[in-house]
Design a binder for this molecule. Sequence first.
Ligand code: FDA
Length: 309
Amino acid sequence: MLRQVLLSASRSPRLRRLVETAPLSKQVVARYVAGTTAEDAVRISGRLLADGLTVSVDQLGEDTIDRAQAEGIRDAYTLVLKQLADAGLSRDAEVSVKLSAVGQALPGDGAKIAYENAYQICEAAKAADTTVTLDMEDHTTTDSTLSIVGDLRKDFPSVGAVLQAYLHRTEGDCLDLAGEGSRVRLCKGAYFEPESVAYHGRGEVDRSYVRCLKILMSGPGYPMVATHDPRLIEIAGSLAAQNRRVQGSYEYQMLYGVRQEEQRRLARVGEKVRVYVPYGDEWYGYLIRRLAERPANVAFFLRSLMSKK
Ligand code: FDA
């Protein structure tokens, strides 16, 4: 319930102003966001790689409102990819891209603009010897995003897709995407969706996650298990063993700042673990989704909004 209220309220410009200027926001943001610049993202990535982890770097931004902004985000990705390569990190550092950041929601030819910008990011990633995963946003964008993934894969077969277990459609999408070499990140889903398209109960979402994971783990693709949920992590391990998958033929993914000990524990036992590392100034939407996942943080955060310090 709190999750739904937060995610709906996140569209309010007044709340946005309040959160962005609140004194304690910075502290909460620092927990989940690597910093504001490409240099920050590269520095944090270097530290995570030194701990045996891999990363997916995300230039924060979504709901881009004009073409220039979309191109700015594209260029920011090109820059961070070059910096990761120059620092010798890019083999273990891919990037995650939100199509809404590179123009998908622009009126008229938004999907085409997003595809062209994403294409250039894929070229920059290839030059840096790494790859791209396209994040998944709310359900109104799923078809368009999967179609762009399909188009990009013609020239860049390693482009990753994201599927959200809370959507009713996702088992079908897993079957479609479980082909040879297909990189699929499975997550629970972070947006506020109507009951007509999404499961709302935690149990229902978790059961859907397991059904989807069974499809991905038993197929010839490359599953990316994006969850912090201890039970699902255990089930993923069992499914990998049942399907005789060796470590490195799938990976675990977690967010920067969440369950860091578990990230390192999995890496120590030989699992491949990728940390999602967001950076940039446009942290508002990302932060609200993280708070919505963690009710314990919300009361603290709301009190901080009232603080005058
Ligand atoms: P759940 O929310 O049940 O959390 C399990 C446990 O993890 C909690 O009990 C808590 O201990 C810890 N935890 C989880 N979230 C936390 C937080 N914010 N702060 C502190 N502790 C927390 N979604 C989407 O719609 N599109 C996308 O493209 C992506 N991409 C993506 C990439 C990666 C690498 C990850 C890990 C996640 C995403 N997500 C996403 C987000 C995802 O859909 C989901 O909202 C979060 O991962 C939280 O769900 P969990 O599976 O972790 O379970």
